[in-house]
Design a protein around this ligand. Structure first.
Ligand SMILES: [Zn+2]
Length: 156
């Protein structure tokens, strides 16, 4: 099952990606258009079907809690900061020397681990922004999150 959200839950889609749960953003007009193998998250009650979950909440934080409550197996799939937030693709490790000149000097000097999106090439590294997002997510979810900075390739 692949999760997807429509524009009514755009911020939820972003939070799911931050948590490492792949979620496509799709645009559909009626429930017959929900693609095969896709489970749609939406606020639109007109899209209610056996292949969708209509979220009764307006705030992304409440939506996120609701999704994890409805799909408890997702807790095991949480891999925070392992996806490109734009492309929904799993990030790949990239050796530090390869990002020289591509990231700000102070970042290059202070960071050791870098990852890259295989699709758009955007570079990611753990920074203060990530610390803040992690704290916010832990508040929302009411539990602590483990971040594997070695990324999706596993530890070598
Ligand atoms: Zn990307």
């Amino acid at each position: 099952m692949k999760l997807a959200g429509d524009r009514t839950v755009g911020r939820l889609v972003k939070w799911l990606r931050i948590l490492g749960i792949p979620c496509d953003l799709i645009a559909i007009k009626n429930k017959d258009q929900i693609p095969e193998g896709v489970f749609l998250l939406t606020r639109a009650s007109s899209l209610a079907s056996e292949k969708s979950l209509v979220l009764p909440y307006e705030k992304p934080a409440d939506q996120l809690r609701f999704v994890l409550q409805e799909f408890p197996f997702l807790w095991k799939e949480l891999r925070p900061f392992s996806l490109c937030l734009l492309c929904n693709r799993r990030l790949e490790k990239v050796p530090k020397e390869e990002v020289f000149g591509l990231v700000p000097d102070h970042v290059y000097k202070t960071q050791k681990k870098f990852r890259r999106c295989p699709s758009c090439g955007r570079l990611y590294w753990p920074g203060s922004h990530q610390v803040l997002m992690k704290r916010r997510l832990e508040e929302i979810l009411g539990r602590s999150l483990t971040v594997d900075q070695d990324g999706s390739e596993g530890k070598s």
